[in-house]
Ligand binder design. Structure first.
Ligand code: KIV
Ligand code: ZN
Length: 531
């Protein structure tokens, strides 16, 4: 068995399932391009049957990038065919189909009698469904992956039977997900090792592991999986994903790299691209990386205490187990200013991982000049934040902020007047509030006659100084769905209004998508089966 570990990045599929992290096609494509630079082996670009937007993103990524692109599909013909239709223009692609295997999932998700009356019968049906779905996927491509959802809580005897059937049907990769992040590293590793003993055709497929972080053990479980025979890891940038997230790509890759004295496994990821990728994912998803996050957090390479600083000056190795440059953290900061031209801006953006067309450059340069007029110096983080400003992809914006006027003082009631332009109408309203931001939000809600629950509001300064860009992230909720908006400006009230409108734009796209789905050729009533 080779010691090389295949890296299957699922930032654009499982990562995007993180609450509020939805990405548009432009952002997904930009991230996918950066993942190619990072040199991952497989990019899972989405779940094509779930929505027209997911379908379009998978189609574009598969058709335009030179990497294996995977599309997710339940064990249903309709999903598999849709994944194939989205992927087919790619030179190399993978269909990834899955079925639940734990008793809890089977009894919960397959309770209908048509799957069998008893657990025993239902289990049989799942084996048949798994076999049939892999066999059907094989009619489109040789590269088929099968996942046993909730394998972490599936009894090993039954799991072995399902995996054997999937390999018999032609699965070339069999994935063992710890869907609920429930297992312990020793237990999970044992599961992989037992599968290798019990499944007689196991050598005909690559074993993959896919761990969630509900107990903070996703990376530890993944490493234990590798040590016990897994040769593919499924992970996301910054560890984003459902609930507590997925195993973090950067942590797995660097654990193997830094501790190569201890373990012989390696990936072909270009670790120097880790930092740019992390920043890009964070700014596009609006999911801020915690400062103490390993490798990519703000403090990952900061040394605060006197003793540590003194030690570092004498010998960096006293408190540093790897050079920051290994993950792409640069010591010198390049600064642009209002006199920097388009060319300088474009090449700096390229170095930060953003590939832009001449048409996009025009819009980005306008934003840059606006910013450089307010701030003397524009730092990399300002540029990244600017690239995450969804107004770059104008076509996704339904509502746009046209005008904002705020009155506030220590002894007066704050009020805001707002003018919003949409493709169909112009809206103007005023409102008061508990503070200037609240007044803005009230004015927007009144103007658009809409009310969603404000789930969270975060503001941060991207760089230092009085004219630093303020970044606001707003999350709104309606029933089971949340919508994230991100606004940037050197003025936090304007940034707040933009973020609020951006979240409403997401909400608007969601409603539109639901309408499109109704016209979509097939029923999605059973989507509860999806993870
Ligand atoms: O967590 C999970 O089980 C999944 C599968 C679809 C692979 O995401
Ligand atoms: Zn998952």
């Amino acid at each position: 068995m080779s010691n090389r570990v295949i890296v299957f990045d699922t930032t654009l599929r499982d990562g995007e399932q993180a609450p509020g992290a939805s990405l548009n096609v432009f952002e997904k494509f930009e991230i996918a391009r950066q993942l190619v630079k990072l040199n991952v082996d497989v990019i899972e670009a989405g779940f094509p049957v779930s929505s027209p937007a997911q379908f379009e993103a998978v189609k574009r990524i598969s058709g335009e990038l030179d990497v294996v692109v995977a599309g997710l599909a339940r064990a249903k013909e309709i999903d598999i065919k849709s994944a194939y239709d989205a992927l087919r223009e790619g030179k190399k692609f993978r269909i990834h189909t899955f079925s639940s295997t734990s008793d809890i999932h089977i009894l919960g998700k397959f309770s209908d009698d048509r799957y069998g009356k008893s657990l025993k019968e239902k289990r049989k049906t799942i084996i048949k469904m798994s076999y049939d779905s892999v066999a059907y996927a094989k009619t489109f491509t040789n590269d088929v992956e099968f996942s046993a959802e909730d394998a972490g809580r599936t009894d090993i005897g039954y799991l072995s039977e399902v995996i054997e059937a999937a390999i018999e049907a032609g699965a070339t990769t069999v994935n063992i997900p710890d869907t609920t992040g429930y297992t312990f590293p020793s237990e999970f590793g044992m599961k992989i090792s037992e599968l290798r003993k019990r499944v007689k055709n196991i050598n005909n497929a690559v074993i993959s592991v896919h761990c969630h972080d509900d107990l903070g053990l996703a990376v530890a479980n993944t490493l234990s999986g590798i040590e016990n025979g897994a040769r593919q890891v499924e992970c996301t940038i910054n560890g984003i994903g459902e609930r507590a997230g997925n195993a973090s790509l950067e942590e797995i890759v660097m654990a193997l790299k830094v501790r190569k004295d201890l373990v012989k496994y390696y990936t072909k990821v270009k670790s120097e691209e880790i930092f740019n990728t992390s920043k890009m994912v964070s700014s596009f998803t609006g999911m801020i990386v915690q400062p103490n996050k390993a490798l990519v957090g703000e403090n990952a390479f900061a040394h605060e205490s006197g003793i540590h600083q003194d030690g570092m000056l004498k010998n960096r190795q006293t408190y540093e187990i790897m050079k920051p440059e290994t993950v792409g953290v640069k010591k010198t900061k390049i600064v642009l200013g209002r006199h920097s031209g388009r060319h300088g801006l474009k090449s700096r953006l390229l170095e930060l991982g953003y590939t832009i067309t001449e048409k996009e450059l025009k819009r980005i340069y306008e934003l840059f000049v606006e910013l450089a007029d307010k701030k003397k110096e524009v730092f990399d983080d300002d540029l990244r934040t600017m690239m995450g400003d969804q107004s770059i992809d104008k076509k996704d914006e339904f509502f746009e902020l046209e005008y904002l006027h705020v009155i506030m003082g220590t002894n007066s009631i704050p009020s805001a007047t707002i003018k919003i332009k949409s493709k169909e109408n112009n809206y103007q309203e005023s409102a008061t509030g508990d503070g200037a931001v609240d007044a803005c939000f009230n004015a927007i809600e009144r103007a658009l006659d809409i009310k969603l629950q404000l789930e969270s509001y975060n503001v941060r300064s991207v760089t230092s100084g009085r004219q630093a860009i303020g970044e606001v992230i707003v999350r709104l909720r309606e029933k089971d769905h949340s919508f994230t908006g991100r606004g940037i400006s050197t003025d936090v009230i304007e940034a707040s209004a933009k973020a609020f409108l951006q979240a409403l734009n997401q909400h608007h796209s969601f409603l539109k998508m639901k309408e499109d789905e109704k016209m979509f050729d097939h029923s999605l009533s059973d989507l509860s089966q999806a993870v």
